[in-house]
Write a protein that binds this ligand. Sequence first.
Ligand code: IMP
Length: 223
Amino acid sequence: MLHYVTTNEGKVAEAASYLGESVGQVDFDYTEIQSDDLGRIAAHGAREAYRHTVASQTRRADGSAADVGDAVLVDDAGLFVDALGGFPGPYSSYAEDTLGVERVWRIAEKEENRKAAFRCVLAYCDGEPFAASPDPVDRDDRVAAAATGAERDAEETEPLPVKLFEGVVRGRLVAPRGEGGFGYDPIFEHDGKTMAEMSTEEKNAISHRGRALAKFGEWFAER
Ligand code: IMP
């Protein structure tokens, strides 16, 4: 079973539409570390979510071994506005909560260049090793583990392997239009339509998340 870990129902709908019934939502609010790198944020979240998922399964299973084959997928995304040096980027969620989407548009509206990109990084963890988890992510996790100062055995201080998949879509910011989607969708236009004017399938076909899911799906099928 693949657990899509998020509190955002919009993300689950898109992932389910892409990956089918093999995906279930885990409503777990993992720690979003402060970083300007979506990959690091997602990788940290995936490790925490995996530990959480395995721990809850162990509790449910009367102390019997957890099913390490179960996998988690964490998704971190952001809106990067060219004229604002990539802001809000990794702080997109904070900007949405504090300013709101409408005000982000009003800030961007003053700029001549309204080009922007949505980026999404998916982080996959199933507790098993595989090739090519980016080294800086692993190094960070090791430093974080060491910083706790706690006595740990060798297995615990080894970071859990995480595999990352990135998707990007470029577009431009416009005055809000459309009723669908979520977050910044109403102000992000691609090929003449805002993402809030697209069906889930249309959005998945061109979106940052859809592109990351496509890469993930291809790799996961092999796995
Ligand atoms: P997070 O990945 O859940 O941290 O999302 C970061 C911010 O980007 C939140 O404000 C989301 O609402 C927004 N966001 C993430 N994905 C999308 C998307 O596909 N469309 C529009 N907004 C998004």
